[in-house]
Design a protein around this ligand. Structure first.
Ligand code: HEC
Length: 226
C-alpha cells in the first residue's frame, strides 16, 4: 500500500486491518512523511532492533552460568553437608584398574625391580625416544646429561643419568620418579600413560649404554670412522 493510499485510509477513518508489522515500513514512512522528517524510519527500526537484542541477550545462558556445585562447596541435600561425594566402597574409577602391580608400580614387595614388565623391542625403544624427547629432554637434555634448555631459565640442573649412582638405579626407580615426581620435578602420571613411562625408562637405559660403552665392546665394523 502506498503512502498516499495509507494516508487516505487513515484520514477517512477506514481502519487498515492487516497486521501492523506487515505494513510497518509504509506506516513509519507515512508518520514521518507527515512529520516532515525522512530519516526517522531507519532510526525507529534501529531502536526496535536494539530493544530486541537487549531481550535476546537476557535469554542467553552460558555453560559456566548453569546451576552446579563447585569442589568443596556445601550442600543441604546430603546429610554430611558436602556437595562432593566420597568414592563408593569397592569401586574403581574407569581406566584406573591396576591388576598388575609390577606394571603400575615398578616394585615387587615394596622393592624396585630392575627389569621390565614387558619385552623391550625396537618399537618400544623408538616410542621411548620420542616420548623422552617430548617430556624429559627440556630439563634432562637430549642425552640425559642434565643440561636441558630449562637450566637457562633458572631451574637447578638435575643430575646426569650417566652419573655412576644413577646408572645403578633400578628400572623401577625411574618408573616411580616419572609417576610420582621428586622434589622440584613434577609427577608425569597424568600426562604419560603407564606403558609409555616404561618405554621412556627403556630408552634411558639405551642412552646410558650409548654414553658409557667401552670401544672394545663394540662389534668390529660398527665403530664410527671405521
Ligand atoms: C621441568 C623439568 C623436568 C622435567 C620435564 C623432567 N624432570 Fe626429571 N628431574 C628434574 C629435576 C630438577 C630433578 C632433580 C630433582 C631434585 O633433586 O630436586 C629431576 C630428577 C629426576 C630423576 C631422579 C634423579 C636422581 O637424582 O635420583 C629422574 C630419574 C628423572 N628426573 C627422570 C625424568 C624423566 C624420565 C622425565 C621425563 C618423563 C623427567 N625426569 C622430566 C626436572 C625435570
Amino acid at each position: 500500500m502506498s503512502v498516499e493510499a495509507l494516508a487516505r485510509t487513515e484520514r477517512s477513518g477506514d481502519v487498515v486491518r492487516s497486521a501492523w508489522w506487515v505494513n510497518r515500513p509504509t506506516h513509519y514512512a507515512l508518520r514521518t512523511a507527515q512529520a516532515g522528517n525522512r530519516r526517522t524510519p531507519i532510526l525507529l527500526l534501529l531502536c526496535e532492533l536494539c530493544v530486541l537484542l537487549l531481550f535476546l541477550g537476557g535469554c542467553a545462558m552460558t555453560m559456566e552460568d548453569q546451576p552446579r556445585f563447585e569442589a568443596q562447596e556445601s550442600s543441604r541435600f546430603f546429610a554430611d553437608g558436602a556437595a562432593s561425594r566420597p568414592r563408593l566402597a569397592d569401586t574403581v574409577a574407569r581406566g584406573e584398574l591396576r591388576l598388575e602391580p609390577l606394571l603400575s608400580s615398578g616394585r615387587v614387595a615394596g622393592e624396585f625391580i630392575d627389569s621390565f614388565p614387558f619385552t623391550v623391542t625396537q618399537t618400544v625403544l623408538e616410542r621411548g625416544q620420542q616420548r623422552f624427547e617430548i617430556f624429559c629432554s627440556p630439563c634432562h637434555g637430549l642425552t640425559g646429561d642434565g643440561q636441558g634448555v630449562i637450566i637457562e631459565y633458572g631451574m637447578p640442573p638435575p643430575d646426569s643419568f650417566h652419573a655412576p649412582d644413577l646408572r645403578e638405579r633400578q628400572a623401577g626407580y625411574y618408573f616411580a620418579i616419572i609417576s610420582d615426581g621428586t622434589r622440584v620435578m613434577p609427577s608425569y602420571a597424568a600426562r604419560i600413560p603407564i606403558e609409555d613411562r616404561w618405554a621412556i625408562v627403556a630408552y634411558i637405559r639405551a642412552l646410558q649404554l650409548s654414553q658409557n660403552t667401552d670401544a672394545s665392546q663394540i662389534a668390529p665394523g660398527k665403530l664410527p670412522n671405521e
